[in-house]
Design a protein around this ligand. Structure first.
Ligand code: SF4
Length: 437
C-alpha cells in the first residue's frame, strides 16, 4: 500500500537573509519586520487538520535567530505537536546549523528536514558565487543534523555560473558521500532572480539558462538514483526586469539598436528556448503588432480576435505577435518591454526595413524550430516587412506558412488606414482560417 503524506506549505517572510550575496538570488535583498506575533498568526491560519508535513520556505535561514526568533521556533514545534503534524522542513544556510539551534527540533516529537542550498561542492565556485560558507561548513552541518536525528535535502545548481566542466559531478558525488539514503538531493536548473547579478549577465549575453534538453543531458547520470530528484522548470520564471532597469524612453524610435536591444534579445532567448506554449494551442497564428499596448487592448487586436472567435476550434489558435522586439506570444505580451516600446513605421528607412526582415526572420525560424505546432499561419498585409520575414523563415525551414490576408482582399483596402481591421480583410481572415481548421 502506498502511503500518502498530506503536506501543507507556508512562506514566512521575516527579517532578511543575513548574507544577501548569492549571485543568482534576489530574495536576500527583501527585508521584512521581525514580528513573532504576526508569524504565529500566519501559522495559526493554516488548516493543519490531518496534515502530516509542514514545509516552510523563508528566503534565508529559519535557524538564524535574527531572522526568526528562537522563541518562535520553540512555539512552532509545540504548536505542530499539538496539531499532530508529524514532520516539518525548513531552509537554512550551513552557518546557522548548530547543535544549539537544532535542539528545539531534536527534543520535539517532530521529524525534521533541513533544506540547504549547497549549490556546488567547490570552494572556488562557492566563493565567486558569493555563497556565505565553504564545503567544510556544509560537511559540519550535515554531521550536526544527523546527530540531531534530522534529515537533509541538499540543493545543487546545474549550470551554476563560474562552474568548471567537472563541478556538477564533483558536487553530486560529494553530497552522496556525506549524506545517507534517508537524505535527498535536488538537482535544480539555474534560473536567475530578476534582481540578481546573474540576471544582468544574461542581459549582457555572458551567461544563458539551459533549456530542457541541455538540462536533461547534464543530469542523465543520476536521474534514477533513489536519493536524487530534479527540478527543471520554474513555471513562474520569465525575464522580469526590475523597475530601475526598465528603459522605457530608450525604446522609442526606429533603429538597428531598437531591433536588437538587449532587453528584447533576452526575451527572444527565453521564448525560443525556455518558454512553453499553452498545451492546447496547436495552431500558430502570427499577427501584426498595434500602437496601443498591451496588444489585446487595441482596436486592431480586438477586431482580429472577434473574427477568430467566429471560427470553429478557435481555442486551438495561439496568437503570436511579430514586431520590432521579435516574436511575442500573446500570453506574455503584457510584460515589459512589450508594453513600453514604440516603433514609428513612418521613420523606417529601406536599410532598417531590410534589417527588420533579416533579424525577425531568424527569430521566427528559431521560435518555430523549438516549438511543436500542427500548423503555422499568418495574418499580415501581404507587402509588410513582418510577412516577408515570416515567409522567408518558412521557405528556409521548408514549411508552408499561409498568409490569411489574401492579396485580392488587400487590394480592396490597401489605401485605407489600418487595413488589417477592415471588413474585407477580416472576412478573408475568417474564411481562410476556417478552411485551415
Ligand atoms: S540564496 Fe539564500 S543565502 Fe543566498 S542570498 Fe539568497 S536567501 Fe541569502
Amino acid at each position: 500500500m502506498i502511503e500518502v503524506t498530506k503536506t501543507e506549505t507556508i512562506i514566512l517572510n521575516s527579517g532578511q537573509c543575513r548574507f544577501n550575496s548569492c549571485y543568482a538570488c534576489g530574495w536576500g535583498q527583501k527585508k521584512y519586520p521581525v514580528d513573532t506575533e504576526k508569524l504565529k498568526n500566519q501559522v495559526k491560519q493554516l488548516n493543519l487538520e490531518e496534515i502530516d508535513k509542514l514545509k516552510i520556505y523563508e528566503s534565508g535561514s529559519f535557524l538564524d535567530n535574527k531572522q526568526f526568533p528562537k522563541k518562535f521556533r520553540e512555539w512552532l514545534t509545540r504548536y505542530l505537536e499539538e496539531k499532530e503534524v508529524k514532520e516539518v522542513s525548513f531552509e537554512s544556510t550551513a552557518n546557522f546549523i548548530t547543535e544549539e539551534n537544532l535542539k528545539t527540533f531534536k527534543e520535539s516529537d517532530l521529524d525534521f528536514t533541513v533544506a540547504m542550498g549547497l549549490e556546488a561542492a567547490d570552494n572556488e565556485v562557492l566563493e565567486k558565487y558569493g555563497k556565505p560558507f565553504k564545503i567544510e561548513d556544509y560537511d559540519r552541518a550535515v554531521k550536526k543534523i544527523h546527530e540531531s536525528n534530522g534529515k537533509i535535502k541538499t540543493y545543487i545548481m546545474v549550470n551554476i555560473p563560474f562552474s568548471k566542466p567537472n563541478t556538477l559531478e564533483k558536487s553530486v558525488e560529494h553530497v552522496l558521500e556525506k549524506t545517507n539514503k534517508e537524505d535527498k538531493i535536488v538537482l535544480i536548473n539555474t534560473y536567475p532572480h530578476n534582481q540578481s547579478k546573474l540576471f544582468k549577465d544574461w542581459v549582457k549575453g555572458k551567461w544563458k539558462p539551459l533549456n530542457k534538453e541541455q538540462f536533461l543531458e547534464k543530469i542523465e547520470k543520476w536521474k534514477d538514483h533513489p536519493q536524487v530528484s530534479v527540478e527543471y522548470e520554474n513555471m513562474y520564471f520569465i525575464p522580469k526586469f526590475p523597475k530601475k532597469e526598465k528603459k522605457q524612453k530608450e525604446l522609442k524610435g526606429c533603429s538597428e539598436d531598437l531591433i536588437t536591444h538587449p532587453h528584447y534579445q533576452v526575451w527572444q532567448d527565453y521564448f525560443q528556448r525556455l518558454y512553453q506554449k499553452p498545451r492546447e494551442k496547436e495552431i500558430l497564428l502570427f499577427l501584426p503588432c498595434s500602437y496601443k499596448k498591451p496588444y489585446p487592448k487595441s482596436k486592431t487586436h480586438k477586431a482580429i480576435q472577434k473574427a477568430i472567435k467566429q471560427t470553429e476550434e478557435q481555442e486551438k489558435i495561439h496568437r503570436v505577435v511579430l514586431s520590432s522586439p521579435g516574436v511575442i506570444p500573446i500570453d506574455k505580451c503584457d510584460n515589459y518591454p512589450f508594453t513600453a516600446y514604440e516603433w514609428p513605421e513612418w521613420e523606417e528607412t529601406p536599410e532598417i526595413k531590410q534589417r527588420y526582415i533579416q533579424v525577425n526572420k531568424d527569430r521566427v525560424k528559431k521560435y518555430i524550430e523549438n516549438h511543436d505546432y500542427e500548423k503555422i499561419l499568418a495574418y499580415f498585409k501581404p507587402d509588410s516587412e513582418s510577412w516577408k520575414a515570416v515567409k522567408k523563415a518558412g521557405e528556409e525551414l521548408d514549411i508552408e506558412i499561409k498568409n490569411l490576408f489574401k492579396e485580392e482582399s488587400y487590394q480592396e483596402v490597401k489605401e485605407q488606414r489600418n487595413p488589417v481591421t477592415k471588413e474585407p480583410a477580416l472576412k478573408s481572415l475568417k474564411q481562410e482560417l476556417q478552411k485551415e481548421l
